[in-house]
Design a protein around this ligand. Sequence first.
Ligand SMILES: Cc1cc2nc3c(=O)[nH]c(=O)nc-3n(C[C@H](O)[C@H](O)[C@H](O)COP(=O)(O)OP(=O)(O)OC[C@H]3O[C@@H](n4cnc5c(N)ncnc54)[C@H](O)[C@@H]3O)c2cc1C
Length: 525
Amino acid sequence: MNQNWNFEGPRLRISDQLSAKAFRSRTDAPPRDSFAGDAVAEEEGSRTLVLSANPLHAWPHDEEGEGPMIPDDARHELSKMLGERLALGKSDLALHGRSETWHPEMPPDAVAYPETTEEVADIVRICARHRVPVIGWGTGTALEGHGSAPRGGVTVDFRRMDAVLEVTADDMLVRVQPGCTRSRLAEELRATGLMFPVDPGADASLGGMASTRASGTTAVRYGTMRDHVRALEVVLADGRVIRTGSRARKSSAGYDLTSLFVGAEGTLGLITELTLKLHGQPEAVASAVCGFETTEGAITAVIEAMQLGLTPARIEYVDVATVRILNAADGADLPEMPHLLLEFHGTDDAVAAEAARMGEVAAENGGGDYRWAIRAEERTALWSMRHRAYHTILASRPGATAIVTDVCVPVSRLGEAIARAEAEIADSVLDGPILGHVGDGNYHAILMVDRGSQTEIDEAKRLSDAMVAHALEFGGTATGEHGVGLGKLHLMEAEHGEAWDVMGALKRALDPEGLMNPGKVVRPE
Ligand SMILES: Cc1cc2nc3c(=O)[nH]c(=O)nc-3n(C[C@H](O)[C@H](O)[C@H](O)COP(=O)(O)OP(=O)(O)OC[C@H]3O[C@@H](n4cnc5c(N)ncnc54)[C@H](O)[C@@H]3O)c2cc1C
């Protein structure tokens, strides 16, 4: 067992390294019969899973280039209140209509930059009076067009509400404003001995992370945003300000409204303050890397490790295609095989014991060259490479954007789900390296497409919908952590059945005019 590795491999030009497939031109790829429709239907017992085309793609955003669609009165009231903190410039609007991925730009009509909860409430009240949509905005890293404005309206950008308000070390709690980013909070906590572990890779805002119920690499040990939001302050669609939850560790006092707003994607209200659970910083941290002969072996090793009671803080899977790209473009020197990347947190003895035991489990399942390290530089190199992976993969096809799948299945079905996805991608004209948080049963295929090629976008949607159909068949979900936004809306009926109508009823109860981030999460009216 090797206790060190070197990420300082030669930095070769990507064009020297990638496979022919990665560079094949696809814009002129011949259309396939299956491109014609988005629908995928599968029988699961008596239940039919029908994944239809996203109805919202047909939504008009009023006449383009006709100027703001919000009434003059509303604009004047907002301008009077916010002054220069109401942006109407084209570039600001465009920036707030963009998504990280393939979704078409749908800008709002104005962007507001509030500084207090009272200002947020006033913005919402003005918009409610004039029936103008209101969309929350953290850092805009959500992947499914979550923050876009298909019906125009006012985007409320929380970047000026980014304070860490209070750390209560004895209760292991922190109170933050929604625009505070994950890295900003980590910086503030560094000297306290405490940490906030939810890590979606992107430097997202905590309001955005709560709103998408985000997770990421550490969820296998620490849980997701669902497990970390203790209390919220929320501005409702009519401008009322409510507080949900409490600082207590547990409560049986009525409906769990905190959980309702976590993952609501801003469709039920705007979060203006969060109380979050913290953890102690581990005394020691070890990271490990291991290549496997097969994906199945890697996944079996994950399952056995959990059954043995090992508690890794991260278990990430990267497939061979991802490894090739990381080797070529990011100076990694990994053997061309599927890999697990792991991290262990605990005392010096505990992490050494867990890392060593994991090495044995890996070896029993076709894992070779298991390397682990405790030096901070090596660990940082490993995880920053993992966090850069999405952008490194995209850069392997210059100019490409991506449709990113996010299915999550019971871990027992994960090997099968990934094998099916890999086979479908191999048969496709598209490239789609796969990586994932396999300890949670969650994986992503980064389906790279040319933004200008409808043929490629349709093919990626077909692949993505097929993966979701498999996931639902296996008892999983269409989205483990990215959320619904616009891109996963057409999957909600298949996943939830009548429960989706109940979500619609909750939405109507809290936002009868349908003004809070319209077009997302629930069935469009
Ligand atoms: C490279 C990359 C890797 C990623 N990896 C992961 C990952 O591993 N795990 C993961 O979970 N996600 C991942 N994501 C997705 C993204 O980072 C998360 O969805 C994140 O939680 C979004 O936070 P944000 O601040 O950018 O929110 P935004 O994108 O600004 O907003 C997201 C949604 O929340 C709403 N919203 C924002 N702030 C508020 C508020 N204060 N009140 C009410 N609604 C609000 C918005 O209207 C929108 O619907 C990744 C993204 C990228 C680009």
